[in-house]
Ligand binder design. Structure first.
Ligand SMILES: [Cu+2]
Length: 471
């Protein structure tokens, strides 16, 4: 991975203010979506519970007959006008996407509609029906978020087919990538440079973030098909000073909806953070009014999946009169929830907070494999941001004490004979700050999150002070 600044590398796209014409007009903010999904899931579940079992539809005309079922797709649900059809019938599905983002409706994940834009309708025939019909939306994460339905068969014995389908799906999902505990990074692996360059000159920063899928090595023996900004997880880091303006053009080069949410900004979410579809662009402008270590992320529903599969990064806005140091580094902590080897992250694991890895800057034990060198008694600042999506951080370096800590916009501690020291910077997801320290003796100093269950899962790195003898 490259440590070049995005300013130089990706300033090719002059922002085009007229490119704001997303047809999606998504108004779901990331936090609203979560609540709405929960309610919808409940409603769908209750409706399913109270559907009268033996009642067949008016339009069902018996074995060999024809049934029309209206299907409505939305975030994140599938509504059907009939939940049961007679054995042997042929179903005409009339499928309408009533949502604000793309969806499809596919029986067993294969037969059905094309990917439908918001407002689109497509009709297809299916049959004769020989058993319960299971269908879902194949946009990654949407099935797990609730976009799944079953049409039962009247008089059939397969009313529990949903469960067997789920069981077989679950069996298939057991095929998760696993870290090789004694493994090493592959020969092609390039560690991400932890150095944080100073803010670039000027007060206006124009960058382009291409959203692309990228199969990426994230641990020894594990690659995942990450959703990314600019092909890296974390995405490019932006840095500036209070009052600087950022003009970020996002370009969606994937086949699904995405968006971006800069925590460093104050903007109308329904405008600047809205979903953009495949091939679309959006210009996100903001002025950084507050210093801090800020998260950015994709906010498209289900947001948990979009963050969990790689779409996040950091914005650093320097507080005024930041003290001079010899080295500045950036550590972004996040989790991975492995899907199949080479596949996308598993949303069910994300929902259960069942992470496989907790990492700094996107790779398991990254700076254990590629230690960070500093001089004895050099002054060091490490910026730390917890991008989650769900786990906290207690950033600690074995063998030193922080004499300066800055968290969420304020100094907690500055060098002063009247004050003590700090052992850990505690951060919840979407919080950030920095610590300052020096390493007094030649040697190896391990950085961790002191939630120790996560150290064995990859949240470790090593600072080497001076030239100590090999271990
Ligand atoms: Cu996304």
């Amino acid at each position: 991975m490259s440590d070049e600044t995005p300013y130089e590398a990706h300033s090719n796209g002059p922002p085009d203010g007229s490119s704001n014409g997303s047809p999606n007009g998504g108004v779901f903010t990331w936090f609203m979506a979560t609540a709405v999904l929960a309610v919808l899931a409940l409603v769908v579940g209750v409706i399913a519970l109270f559907s009268p079992n033996g009642e067949t539809s008016d339009t069902a005309v018996g074995e060999g007959g024809e049934v029309t079922i209206d299907v409505t797709l939305g975030e994140m649900f599938i509504e059907v006008s009939e939940t049961e059809v007679p054995l042997g019938s042929t179903i005409t599905f009339v499928v309408t996407n009533d949502g604000t983002m793309q969806h499809d409706f596919k029986i067993d994940g294969s037969t059905g509609t094309a990917m439908l834009n918001p407002g689109a309708t497509e009709t297809f025939e299916y049959g004769p029906v020989e058993g319960p019909v299971n269908a879902w939306c194949t946009v990654p994460g949407h099935k797990e978020a609730g976009m799944e339905t079953t049409i039962g068969v009247a008089g059939g014995s397969g009313e529990k087919a949903t469960d067997s389908a789920s069981e077989s799906a679950a069996a298939g999902e057991g095929d998760f990538a696993e870290i090789d505990p004694n493994g090493e990074p592959s020969e092609d692996w390039v560690p991400r440079d932890p150095k944080l360059p100073p803010a670039p000159e000027g007060t206006v920063h124009e960058v382009t973030f291409n959203m692309v899928d990228k199969v990426t090595e994230v641990a020894p023996g594990v690659t995942q098909d990450l959703w990314t900004f600019e092909g890296t997880t974390p995405g490019p880091t932006l840095r500036g000073k209070v009052g600087d303006k950022f003009i970020v053009t996002i370009v969606n080069q994937t086949d699904m909806d995405h968006s971006i949410d800069f925590h460093a900004s104050e903007v109308a979410p329904n405008v600047e953070m809205r979903d953009i579809g495949p091939g679309e662009e959006l210009v996100y402008e903001f002025t950084a009014e507050y210093a801090g270590a800020w998260m950015y992320h994709c906010g498209t529903a289900p947001t948990l999946h979009h963050i969990g599969n790689g779409m996040y990064g950091a914005v650093v806005i320097d507080p005024p009169e930041l003290a001079p140091v010899d080295h500045e580094f950036l550590f972004v902590q996040s989790e991975f929830y492995f899907g199949p080897e080479g596949g996308i992250g598993d949303l069910t694991k994300m929902q259960n907070e069942d992470w496989d890895a907790v990492v700094f800057n996107g790779y398991f034990n990254q700076y254990v494999f590629s230690p960070i060198k500093v001089g004895v008694n050099d002054r060091v600042r490490v910026w730390v941001i917890d991008d989650g999506p769900s786990e906290n951080s207690s950033f600690h370096i074995v063998g030193t004490i922080f004499d300066t800590t800055f968290k969420e916009g304020a100094y907690l501690l500055r060098p002063d004979a009247s004050r003590g020291g700090s052992q850990a910077l505690d951060l919840q997801p979407a919080q950030g700050g920095f610590v300052e320290f020096d390493l007094d003796n030649e040697g190896y100093y391990t950085a961790v999150t002191h939630k120790f269950a996560n150290v064995g899962k990859g949240a470790a790195g090593v600072f080497v002070a001076g030239n100590p003898p090999p271990r």
